[in-house]
Design a binder for this molecule. Structure first.
Ligand SMILES: C[S@@+](CC[C@H](N)C(=O)[O-])C[C@H]1O[C@@H](n2cnc3c(N)ncnc32)[C@H](O)[C@@H]1O
Length: 322
């Protein structure tokens, strides 16, 4: 069998003697010391040049992780096909729904422009009709409630969810939903209601211990939100099976991440922690000076994911192996 290097291989230094390798098609990643890094580079540069017995295991691993692909494999064609299957196949329909672009928070780094716009009744009816039609050929409907802040329109979530659940019932299809929320309005009764409406996943952002979080994740009048969110989390984990905490890191808060874990420790078996970087895009462009360069973020995330593992927290990403 002849091989070529995938077009979607990436690597970045993690520190003095360590590199991380990623493949954008398979989603695989691994860490390599300087010596293995050099071997990987050599194999990828010339994958068919009679691999020695010593290099064979590494070569085989690069194949199984998708860093090496068969020479006649059309990666771009494969990606197009994968995207078309996801869009038009009968497996499932996935929709992200923004019922409002309004938000009760004013996070200084938010990439969205807050707009006082709400989905009107006509659009909602159109959406129900569209879902009804699409679900004639699908086995599963997956909805992500997004915003703005989606919980500003819990009644809209309720009305649409009930319709979606009904459509799925009639078609014998599975229904599942998730929500991306700042968590401020996610009281225990609301979490219970969301669970009743099929919400199985919630992602809530907490950016550090109280003094840090309360400078970044603030209400529109500047009031703090940490204590309310932490209290809400205790209720949410009772009803929503997968609650993820997203922590947005930049140069100003990454060193305080370990302290945040002490606040989350009592719930550690019920929460998934995901580390993200603040991205200076769209409305967040002025925040650029505080953002990490990609390679610095990668290094920080690797170290903090190791910390999560050592402390017994569940990570939202399990792809980086030692
Ligand atoms: C714009 S918010 C909308 C949903 C909801 N209001 C919330 O706070 O989760 C969606 C997600 O974007 C993240 N986010 C906002 N601005 C960001 C930025 N500049 N870089 C990275 N993530 C950002 C938030 O942490 C949140 O997880």
């Amino acid at each position: 069998m002849r091989y070529k290097a995938s077009k979607y291989n990436y690597n970045a230094p993690l520190g003095e003697n360590e590199y991380v390798w990623m493949n954008g098609v398979s989603g695989s990643a691994f860490k390599a010391n300087r010596e293995v890094h050099a071997q990987v580079q050599a194999i990828l540069a010339d994958p068919n040049n009679c691999v020695s017995e010593q290099e064979r295991p590494l070569h085989d691993q690069l194949v199984s992780l998708g860093f090496l692909v068969e020479e006649n494999f059309d990666e771009i064609g494969f990606l197009k096909l994968r995207s078309r299957i996801a869009r038009y196949g009968n497996e499932g329909l996935g929709l992200g729904i923004m019922l409002t672009l309004n938000c009760n928070f004013a996070c200084p780094y938010c990439y969205q422009w807050r707009v006082n716009k709400w989905m009107n009744d006509e659009t909602r009816q159109g959406l129900i009709k569209y879902v009804g039609k699409m679900m004639e050929h699908k086995r599963k409907l997956v909805i992500e409630w997004f915003g703005g802040e989606p919980l500003l329109d819990i009644s809209g979530i309720k009305k649409l969810s009930e319709q979606f659940v009904q459509i799925c019932k009639e078609r014998g299809a599975q229904y599942e939903a998730g929500i991306t929320t700042n968590g401020y309005l996610l009281t225990e009764p609301t979490a219970r209601e969301l669970a009743r409406l099929g919400v199985r996943k919630a992602q809530i952002t907490i950016d550090g211990p109280p003094d840090i979080h309360d400078k970044r994740r603030v209400l529109r009048d500047g009031r703090p939100t940490f204590d309310v969110i932490l209290r809400n989390l205790e209720g949410a984990v009772k009803y929503i099976p997968s609650v993820g905490i997203r922590v947005n890191l930049d140069k100003t808060n990454s060193d305080r991440f370990p302290e945040l874990l002490t606040y989350l420790a009592p719930l550690k078996e019920r929460l998934f922690i995901g580390i993200a970087s603040v991205v200076p895009v769209r409305a967040a462009q002025e925040y650029k000076e505080f953002c990490f360069l990609d390679c610095d973020f990668l290094r920080t995330r690797c170290n903090l994911e190791q910390l999560l593992k050592n402390e017994g927290f569940l990570s939202l990403r399990g792809t980086i192996t030692d």
